[in-house]
Design a protein. Structure first.
Length: 436
């Protein structure tokens, strides 16, 4: 195992320089077109991730392969289209193919520059879940995005995008950033009959009133400013400090069906989807060659009584860059709420068996090597995954890998069992990001 990790480390250090995005001249006055490509290759070793549940699993795959086209149509209109071939080859699964992940047009009636700008965006948009989820995938503190601390049970949103219309922009000389609006939300294509949706008696009936999802995010820059773009970032290579706090909320009526308990109607276990976040971000440079970065988010997840996804979650990332190297550490947590005292009989029994099956306690530590700032960098990350986790054998399922590892020692249910009573599992990730 030690020899394998050394070989993997040596292989991950074979890097090449990155170039910049390409500006394509077009014969349209006042319009621009930029083309960029992003490739993120990952090599991962997962303890107890093989089918027998005792041997490590080895995976080399492409986390993201993106083609991005963006630009301006005029001084008042901007656009973006992005195609992504996510997780290609992960767990040996080559079945997925690229999708249009982002596609939107923005209209800024008062112009796109200045201390106060307001856009109307329409198309396939990022859901404003938190500042962290509005962060560039090239510029996290850790190797990849955090998803274990908040929950969208049953969602079908590709890459946390949704079709919608929103207001976006910044105010007070770029001291306040905001975005939010109406989105399609979770409305399955397969529904029950008209009669069953009216009476809410069919298990296929979700969002019977077809209410949209409402979501919004606001960011307050207490020191400095980070507004003025589509996405946020962790490392800035700047001289001025930044301190911001942000708040978000996501809501959709009757978009969740609980298997335990009842929803607000008492019919068909339908309940509302509710998610809120509060975050703090700090970037404290000593010089342009060194900066301390902190990113922390807390979530309140509300999906009805007795739901294992109803609870509190948070993560905290800390990184310190000196020159081209940034060591970092991270801890993430999710804890479901207890079963309500009002539950009794079979409901209480079912709730007790289900409520603690999706909790998380995950730790990460690593080194980020910057070859060309966030355009070309390499993360080497060690992880301890306990409970529900996007990494570790817990993440290997029959749906995405074609198998689920047995529990170490041969137990039925496999190491993918996300109950905290199962031992923590370790993994190692080499993540190489290049954008040009």
């Amino acid at each position: 195992m030690k020899a394998t990790w050394k070989a993997l480390l040596a292989t991950s250090l074979l890097i090449a320089p990155a170039a910049l995005a390409t500006k394509v001249p077009i014969p349209v006055e006042g319009a621009s077109l930029n083309v960029s490509v992003q490739v993120q290759t990952e090599a991962m070793v997962t303890e107890n991730g093989a089918p027998n549940g005792t041997d490590p699993a080895y995976d080399i795959f492409v986390r993201r392969t993106r083609l991005l086209v963006n630009g301006d149509i005029s001084q008042n209109f901007t656009y973006l289209i992005q195609v992504d071939n996510a997780n290609f080859g992960k767990f040996g699964n080559f079945g997925g193919r690229a999708i249009v992940q982002d596609a939107w047009v923005g209209w800024a009636p008062l112009g796109q520059t200045g201390g106060t700008v307001v856009y109307v965006d329409a198309g396939l948009l990022l859901i404003p879940i938190s500042r962290h989820l509005l962060n560039s995938t090239t510029n996290f503190i850790t190797a990849d995005v955090h998803t274990d601390e908040f929950r969208f049970p049953g969602n079908q949103f590709p890459g946390l995008r949704d079709t919608g219309v929103q207001l976006r922009g910044w105010l007070l000389d770029k001291k306040i950033g905001f975005r939010g609006g109406l989105y399609e939300g979770y409305t399955p294509v397969t529904q029950g009959t008209t009669t069953s949706c009216v009476t809410a008696t069919s298990n296929n009936c979700i969002t019977p009133k077809r209410n949209p999802q409402v979501a919004g995010f606001v960011n307050f820059d207490l020191i400095g400013s980070e507004e003025g773009g589509w996405l946020y970032g962790a490392y800035k290579w700047a001289k001025d400090p930044v301190l911001s706090v942000g708040f978000s909320g996501v809501y959709q009526s009757l978009a969740i069906r609980n298997t335990v308990g009842t929803g607000p109607t008492g019919i068909n276990n339908l309940t509302d989807q509710k998610l809120a976040s509060a975050d703090v971000y700090l970037n404290l440079p000593q010089t342009e060659a060194a900066e301390l970065v902190v990113d922390a988010v807390g979530y309140l997840n509300g999906y009805g009584d007795g739901n294992a996804n109803t609870g509190k979650g948070f993560f905290a990332d800390v990184g310190y860059r000196f020159g081209p190297v940034a060591p970092y550490a991270s801890f993430s947590y999710f804890q479901a709420d207890d079963c309500p005292a009002s539950f009794s009989g079979t409901a209480a029994t079912a709730c007790a068996a289900n409520i603690q099956t999706a909790n998380s306690r995950n730790f990460k530590a690593g080194l980020n090597f910057f070859f060309n700032k966030n355009l070309n960098h390499l993360n080497l990350e060690f992880q301890v995954n306990h409970g529900l986790s996007a990494f570790g054998p817990q993440a290997i399922t029959t749906g995405n890998a074609g198998y689920a590892p047995l529990l170490a020692g041969g137990g039925v249910g496999g190491a993918q069992n996300t109950n905290l009573r199962v031992s923590a599992q370790k993994s190692f990730l080499a993540h190489w990001n290049v954008i040009f």
